[in-house]
Design a protein around this ligand. Structure first.
Ligand SMILES: Nc1nc2c(ncn2[C@@H]2O[C@H](COP(=O)(O)OP(=O)(O)OP(=O)(O)O)[C@@H](O)[C@H]2O)c(=O)[nH]1
Length: 684
């Protein structure tokens, strides 16, 4: 085990000298395998690795099957080794070294779609290769696989240099390859090269982030020895999702090109790679894979600088072993969680489907559903609008209607009081004097003309008449929102009915609002028409106010210097100016006190009558009118008749289809994991 770069941040990291660590093993050297016809150099399965492969193979198969089922669509992330790197860092070369086959390589962008590469050891001498994409399987062989990948990429992402997120799967079954599944992603480039889309960086980084973000992903960061690691875009990206580097392994390519300082670079670990470094030398030019491995082995053994790097950190076979070990650990660690998530999501989808309305197949069924919805909505409205029971909407204060209506009524009463208040203190009685002067007739002077009183009253009523109108508008708008919410809730599964009920609610509430406006206007007119109350409060209030007339008269007649007096109900007021009106001021005082006493009665009537009117209107709405309106609307020409509920809305049909699909997928996934559950051992 390499002593120069030993990390111990996660369970994934190798434990030095701990032979008993479940997934830990030492890197084995290459072995020479005598094939029937040729002598080739491939990473073989030393005993420990072989047993590891034997153990992990079924688990890896299960994960691959889950990936094939597209379980990620259900939000279940799979343990995945994701290969990232800057453009031309050598990602494809690393993968072809691991697979022992030739992949498309070159300058500029080569990998344009996520390439899921499934390597499987098989005992036969003849390798088997095929591609899977767009729901089809395309067989190939070692000689033609690079071409096949290029044409499959063209089919998925177009002939140009475009990028696509649709994955292409390459299955390589070959003797001696490690059992590994990896995803190769397009190389990151900041500057688009000729023919690449302008937003190539955004597109590629979007795809990369999607793959490396899940905690279940292991990031295989491919770095070229020829560059400064901290400047690599792929390092920046992996550090964004894996700050401590605990799930990042670095592969340094092109060691042959830049041997100087490589040892220092990988031992200094400036870029925080938690799972360690492996330096490799990939296939160059037309070399065969076997030649490349031999060259690599020779390079790291004989090169004066490269040979100093610990043997546990060099060569493709070491990389293969590390990856197999990491993969085993991560799969063992993630599978129990995946099984749990599959079960949870399956149960949730089944229960959601069972809650969906049954498909209605006859008019009778539709009628029953319609009546049930109307009944339920009516009961909800009765509870919240009339009885003040809000158990159905415990957390939605907005729907606690009786309390909200009282609040609105209190606010209305306050606004009325405020809008009617006479705040002026320095023109006391001037208005009354003006009106009295204008209402003079030929007759005795000490009779209070009724027309003068009515004129003052009418002016005051006119001034406040906007307040009840605004109140009515506010209340009915609120009730409309409440009724729409209730219908929306109860018609959740029948959008066709939802639209009709909402239309009915709008129509009816508009009519009711208009009726209330008429009612308010009638009250305003009545209050303007005449002054009447049977309430003794008026007389007693007037009496109390008139008791202060003595103070006023004395101030006017005896104390000629007094300019301000205090009158209860008015505060301290200016009276000096009234000395100019000796003949009319006493009568004006009397009239002011009468109107003040009477005004209290008028305001009370404005509040009380509105409250009672609302109660009656809401009661009629809930108990009688709403139901009739909804039935008429639904059965009428716009509603389309009861048959309309029989047609399932596209949204519901889509949801049903989605749930059925998801249940099928999750059931298949459950079967996949059920087969291997007994093999799962969780790492400590
Ligand atoms: N000398 C040398 N050249 C290498 C090595 N690894 C890769 N190359 C060369 O580097 C170039 C780019 O390699 P690719 O494997 O295509 O790089 P990539 O990261 O897959 O490229 P994209 O996916 O297109 O970004 C090719 O010409 C390779 O032959 C290596 O270890 N040594």
């Amino acid at each position: 085990m390499g002593s120069k770069n030993t990390h111990s941040k996660t369970g994934l990291q190798q434990k030095e000298g701990n032979a008993k660590a479940p997934m830990a093993f030492d890197a084995q050297p290459l072995a020479l395998v005598a094939e029937e016809e040729t002598t080739v150099l491939v990473p073989v399965h030393p005993p420990l690795m072989f047993s590891l492969n034997e153990r992990i193979r079924p688990l890896l198969d299960a994960v691959d099957k889950l990936r094939h089922l597209k379980v990620a669509q259900e939000g279940i992330q799979l343990p995945t080794i994701v290969v990232v790197g800057d453009q031309s860092a050598g990602k494809s070369s690393v993968l072809e070294s691991l697979a022992g086959i030739s992949l498309p390589r070159g300058q500029g962008i080569c990998t344009r779609v996520p390439l899921i590469m499934r390597l499987q050891h098989h005992p036969h001498t003849q390798p088997e290769l095929h591609l899977e994409y767009h729901g089809k399987t395309v067989p190939s062989d070692e000689t033609h696989i690079a071409e096949a990948i290029v044409s499959a990429t063209d089919e998925i992402a177009g002939n140009g240099k475009g990028i696509s997120n649709t994955p292409l799967t390459l299955v390589v079954k070959k003797r001696g390859v490690p059992d590994l599944t990896m995803v190769d992603l397009p190389g990151i480039t900041r500057v688009p090269v000729h023919g690449q889309p302008e937003d190539v960086y955004e597109q590629i980084s979007g795809i990369i982030m999607e793959y490396i973000k899940p905690e279940e992903s292991i990031i295989l960061n491919v770095l070229s020895a020829t560059v400064d690691f901290p400047t690599c875009e792929s390092i920046r990206m992996s550090q964004r999702v894996d700050k401590t580097g605990e799930r990042t392994l670095a592969v340094v390519t092109k060691s042959d090109k830049a041997p100087e300082g490589l040892l220092e670079k990988v031992t200094a670990d400036d870029v925080n790679i938690g799972l360690g470094y492996v330096c490799v030398r990939n296939r160059i030019g037309d070399e065969s894979n076997e030649e490349a491995r031999a060259e690599e082995a020779g390079l790291f053994q004989t090169h004066p600088l490269l040979s100093k790097i610990d043997e546990s950190m060099v060569g493709v076979p070491i990389l293969a072993q590390k990856l197999v070990q990491i993969q085993a650990t991560i799969i063992s660690r993630c599978l129990p969680d995946i099984v749990r998530k599959i079960n949870e999501k399956l149960n949730a989808s089944i229960s959601e489907l069972s809650k969906m309305p049954q498909n209605l197949s006859s008019v009778a069924e539709a009628m029953t559903a319609f009546m049930r919805i109307i009944g339920l909505s009516k009961e909800s409205l009765k509870k919240i609008l009339l009885r003040g029971e809000f158990d159905e909407y415990a957390d939605e204060k907005h729907m606690h209607c009786t309390a909200r209506l009282v609040e609105m009524l209190n606010q209305y009463s306050d606004e009325l009081q405020k809008s009617a208040e006479d705040k002026s203190t320095d023109n006391f009685l001037l208005e009354e004097i003006r009106v009295l002067n204008e209402s003079k007739g030929i007759g005795l002077p000490n009779f209070l003309p009724r027309t003068a009183f009515l004129m003052i009253l009418q002016k005051k009523v006119k001034e406040i008449s906007k307040t009840p109108v605004d109140f009515i508008a506010k209340v009915w708008d609120y009730i409309l929102q409440v009724v729409i919410s209730v219908f929306t809730n109860h018609c959740d599964s029948y959008p066709q009915l939802q639209a009709s009920t909402i239309r009915a609610a709008r129509n009816l509430l508009e009519k009711m609002k208009q009726k209330s406006f008429d009612h308010v206007m009638e009250i305003v007119e009545m209050e303007k028409l005449a002054d009447y109350t049977c309430s003794p409060e008026y007389t007693s209030e007037w009496g109390k106010l008139m008791a202060q007339q003595k103070v006023f008269t004395e101030a006017m007649n005896i104390h000629s210097k007094i300019s301000k007096i205090s009158i209860e109900g008015f505060g301290v007021i200016e009276v000096g100016h009234l000395r100019d009106y000796p003949s009319v001021r006493e009568q004006a005082f009397d009239m002011k006190m009468r109107i003040t006493a009477y005004w209290k009665v008028v305001l009370k009537r404005f509040v009380d009558s509105m409250a009672l009117h609302l109660l009656l209107s809401v009661q009629n709405l809930v108990n009688r009118d709403m139901e009739i309106e909804v039935v008429n609307e639904f059965m009428g020409s716009h509603g389309g008749g009861i048959e309309r509920i029989l047609e399932e809305s596209p949204a519901v049909a889509k949801k049903r289809e989605r749930l059925n699909k998801s249940i099928m997928l999750l059931k298949d996934s459950k079967d996949v994991v059920a087969e291997i559950m007994d093999r799962i051992t969780v790492e400590d």
